[in-house]
Design a protein around this ligand. Structure first.
Ligand SMILES: C[S@@+](CC[C@H](N)C(=O)[O-])C[C@H]1O[C@@H](n2cnc3c(N)ncnc32)[C@H](O)[C@@H]1O
Length: 199
């Protein structure tokens, strides 16, 4: 089964699979990002919009959120739950993001990066849509090892969806143009941050 069909099939049930503890961990991670009030954020691979209320809280009424996913059923679940004046949903692929150059201040990508078929292209697209000075945050509420073992054990469409080793992640993001790249990989979180300094 193709990955898009895999996620569409899971959409109706997705939220029931997310534990409260994981939501709390994500809240903490988003708070630590300290997204500036008023900033425009791309939630790439938004799924059922798990991050959306946290992003709304962070950016406030003067901010904006674009939530993109390639699986229409996942997006439909997110749309059922969240309506907000400055929240826009778009169906689109991370490897060909349907946004203009320099459209957003922040890209956040929770639990989606290893699912993209071409990781290098996705990182280049994140760089392209960010404004100068913008930041990318690739996050998971689990360690890299946990995620990779989980995907291997689930098998099927996600069996090869792996977070590469830190050296490879550094290379992917620096070759895409990002600077000041940091990677944190501990038991209950994975967080890569990179900055688009200037072009
Ligand atoms: C594991 S889910 C995570 C969803 C959400 N971010 C969350 O925290 O629950 C991965 C999401 O990435 C989306 N996705 C996978 N590959 C994609 C791609 N190439 N472009 C856009 N979205 C993609 C899937 O449809 C799915 O909704």
């Amino acid at each position: 089964m193709h990955k898009k069909a895999y996620f569409d099939e899971k959409a109706g049930n997705w939220d029931s699979l997310i534990q409260d503890e994981v939501i709390l961990r994500l809240k903490t991670m988003v708070e630590e990002l300290a997204l500036p009030q008023g900033s425009k954020v791309l939630d790439l691979g938004t799924g059922t919009g798990v991050l959306i209320p946290m992003l709304i809280e962070a950016v406030g009424l003067s901010g904006g959120i674009v939530a993109i996913d390639f699986a229409p059923q996942m997006l439909a679940e997110a749309q059922k739950k969240y309506q907000w004046p400055n929240l826009e949903f778009m169906e689109g692929n991370a490897e060909d993001i349907p946004l203009a150059d320099q459209a957003v201040d922040e890209v956040v990508c929770n639990s989606a990066f290893p699912h993209f078929d071409d990781l290098r292209k996705a990182a280049q697209e994140m760089f392209r849509v960010l404004k100068n000075g913008g930041r990318v945050s690739v996050l998971h509420p689990h360690s890299r090892e946990y995620i990779n073992d989980l995907h291997a054990s689930l098998g099927g469409a996600v069996k090869n969806c792996m977070i590469p080793h830190a050296d490879v992640m550094q290379a992917i993001f620096s070759e895409a143009g990002f600077e000041n790249i940091t990677i944190e990989n501990v038991t209950q979180r994975y967080l890569l941050i990179g900055r688009k300094v200037s072009i």
